[in-house]
Design a protein around this ligand. Sequence first.
Ligand SMILES: [Zn+2]
Length: 339
Amino acid sequence: MSFNRLIGQEEMRGLLFRILSEEKINHALLLTGPAGSGKKSWGRLLAMAILCPERDGVDPCLDCPSCRSFQSGNHPGFYAVKPDGRNIKIEQFRSIRESFYLQGNKKVCLIENAEMMTAEASSSLLKILEEPPSDLHFILLAEQARYLFDTIVSRCQRYNIRPLNCGELKNLLVHEHNLSSEKAELLARISGGLPGLAFDLLEDDKFEDRYQEAKTLAYNLATGCDSARQLLSWANYLSEKEDLVLFLELLCLFYRDKMVQNLCSTEPAAWLPHVSSDGLEEAVILINSVIYEMNNTNVNRRLLLEKSLILLQRRLSQCQKLSEFALKRREKHTTFYQN
Ligand SMILES: [Zn+2]
């Protein structure tokens, strides 16, 4: 594994390369970024690079005893700490703390989900960071720095991992996972540029089903072909699904794509040619507000879905594009009244 295998993050890459090549590695590094952004991959590679005594520049050599033991998962100087249940507890540091002070080779302690350290565990880490052994480095991974003690954050070199852009992630999925361009683009967009989330979806057997169901519902709502009873039954079915928010994001994606296509293309659309951009825009706004409510309130999912699906169908059917015949009729009326 070399840093070239990790794509994107040019700003962070430049900063990390500088500290590695100049050997100016702090005792504590903090990588922040949303879940699925690749913090763990970057953190582990960074740890292997710090530990490798044969490193020439930035990449670990992959061949020395240190690199080999790291890759096989039993490097004596690598400590991985992650939540035990809901928290990272002080006992987890107590059990390894003594070995941090052993003389010898470099040591790296990688702390996943560092924001889940209890106050006692944070204090314990802080004590070590106040007078760290010269050959010990901590790599903290967290979604946001604000959930950590300020006194810990202030002792860290900080790096922010951002979501990849859609093109970068699509290329990765096409070239490394042999996906079709269409599927790779869909996954890149629905995952919001987060590779971890895209890989999870790729391995999720239900994803293809959800995709097809969302496409069917998007079509049915826009054409008004479902009765109110059928919409209530959709609401009932969907409200039981764990991945309801993902489903709604897919539904939203269909209408957003269609809206962009309407606005940018002069060609007649093959899918839902009769729905106007106004209707699609309203649908996107409405679905996003439903997603927000689902994520941020204790709303009754079934009732919210029932209300929203009926409203969506009504708004989409009220915002139909006028047919050529209707357009001509309207022109005729306007001319008549103008004269
Ligand atoms: Zn090595």
